[in-house]
Design a protein around this ligand. Structure first.
Ligand code: GAP
Length: 445
């Protein structure tokens, strides 16, 4: 894709996300706050659905994975032991001598400032941990950090979870939560930000089985994206070269998506070996080894799947965003401009059903529509909308990916049938109100 086209599509997505209530710039009324974003009413539903679908897949569908919600603030000793306070969790920062803009050295294509072409200073190491103080006094003893990855909360709870849940290796612990990194160059809308959420699963296994489980989890994670509608040609895996591996990793494979700005990582599958448990064992002086039923004692190896919630959301937005020149509707000529349709998997769709009275100035119709809305809202996230022409209202729902619209018209008052419209096919069927909930449950499950 040409650079201009890429920017064009990215700009379109940014303004679409704002206009339709998905994503707003943080602190916008004060001119914005760099790299922070707020998820609007439609965006938060999408975000929650992504987390729900991931949680269901990892925890509910696997007997041997359990959940956890560890705190964001932890003892700074955790970060000393994990290696995050040392050079291993630093980026090389370069500064332009002319405009003083700063960049991550590894992301630069040339040894010149990408903004003004100026000469660059010598690189400096820059640690990504976000420092904070616990308590009222800002002194060295009060320093701690906002977590940079959720998994450390899992490692320090390895024994607690294993013992309380009577787990046996191999087993997994999964968690979703916020992480923070003082990124030098947050970039590309919500792709790289300083505050983000991770969905991580840590699989504890016998070292001899680590390679086998690595392949298993890599396939599982790829299949998850494909199942949710990401096209094969837009997703790929990329092995990380040995010399580029993170300080903890024995092996790392990135799952990449073809964004408007190129192929980029959305999730990593890592073999962390015994790095984390050995280091926490050493620093905390606690025995974090495991003894199998056969008496064999070992420090489990960890296979990790680590994805970002915002990057996943961005992936589904890019994948689902469709513009149709001249409009999709062939039956009316009310619109001939570009129509947008968000082709989201039904499980991810922010609003599942829109309830639309054909007209708003006929009380019997709006009353009936509200009754149907009240009946459906117990089961699904629904939206009631009576403003504008019915065609305009259908298009509004298509734009945010609502799979079904239910229209209540004059005939409904006679025969208790409503029109059920499908987002993708635009097919309209007449359905008895008494069958509506069950039919939608079948369609949306
Ligand atoms: N626990 C391993 C770990 O954190 P990572 O490759 O540094 O590994 C995993 O991060 C995932 O977290 C990435 O694939 C990405 O989806 C997300 N992520 C990392 N840094 C991010 C950032 N600055 N903004 C948004 N998402 C980020």
């Amino acid at each position: 894709m040409a650079k201009k086209e890429e920017n064009n599509l990215l700009n379109k997505l940014v303004s679409f996300a704002k206009r339709r209530g998905f994503i707003f710039q943080s602190s916008e009324i004060y001119g914005g706050f760099s790299s922070c974003y707020d998820f609007g009413p439609i965006g938060v539903e999408l975000k929650n659905n992504i987390k729900k679908v991931w949680w269901n897949e990892m925890i509910n569908l696997h007997d041997n994975i359990v959940g956890l919600d560890a705190s964001i603030l932890m003892s700074p000793k955790v970060w000393a032991a994990s290696g995050h306070l040392s050079a291993g969790f630093s980026d090389e920062l370069v500064e332009c001598k002319k405009c003083h803009h700063r960049f991550r050295k590894d992301l630069l294509e040339r040894n010149k400032c990408p903004d003004c072409g100026g000469e660059l200073m010598e690189p400096r190491k820059f640690n990504l941990m976000m420092k904070t103080f616990v308590g009222p006094v800002e002194e060295e003893a009060a320093v701690t950090y906002l977590r940079a990855e959720t998994c450390q909360g899992i490692y320090v709870n390895f024994k607690n979870v294993m013992q309380s849940m009577r787990m046996k290796v191999p087993f997994g612990i999964a968690q979703i939560g916020k992480s923070f990194r003082n990124e030098i160059t947050p970039k590309d809308f919500i792709f790289r930000t300083r505050e983000f959420e991770q969905m991580e699963m840590q699989w504890f296994c016998d070292p001899k089985d680590a390679d086998k489980f690595f392949e298993y989890w890599l396939k599982e994670r790829m299949d998850w994206y494909l199942k949710l509608g990401i096209k094969k040609e837009n997703i790929r895996i990329k092995e990380t070269a040995k010399k580029e591996l993170a300080h903890y990793a024995k092996r790392a494979v990135d799952i990449e998506y073809k964004f408007p700005f190129g192929w980029k990582e959305i999730e990593g599958v890592h073999n962390r070996g015994d790095w984390d448990l050995s280091n926490h064992s050493k620093h905390s002086k606690q025995d974090l080894s495991y003894t199998g039923d056969d008496g064999k004692k070992f420090i489990p190896y960890i296979i990790e799947t680590s994805g970002g919630v915002e990057r996943t959301l961005f992936t589904f937005l890019c994948a689902g965003f469709k513009e149709v020149e001249g409009g999709r509707t062939k039956t009316t000529d009310s619109t001939k401009e570009i129509e947008i349709m968000l082709d989201l998997n039904k499980k991810l769709a922010p609003i599942k059903v829109a309830v639309l009275p054909l007209v708003k100035n006929k009380e019997e119709i709006t009353k009936k529509a509200k009754e149907i809305f009240d009946m459906l809202k117990i089961h699904f996230v629904c939206q009631y909308d009576e403003s504008g022409s019915i065609g305009r209202r259908y298009r509004r729902q298509d734009e945010i990916g609502t799979p079904f619209c239910v229209t209540i018209d004059f005939e409904t008052l006679e025969d208790d049938n409503v029109t059920l419209r499908d987002r993708n096919t635009m097919k309209q069927d007449r359905i008895k109100i008494e069958h509506l909930s069950q039919l939608l449950k079948n369609e949306l499950s």
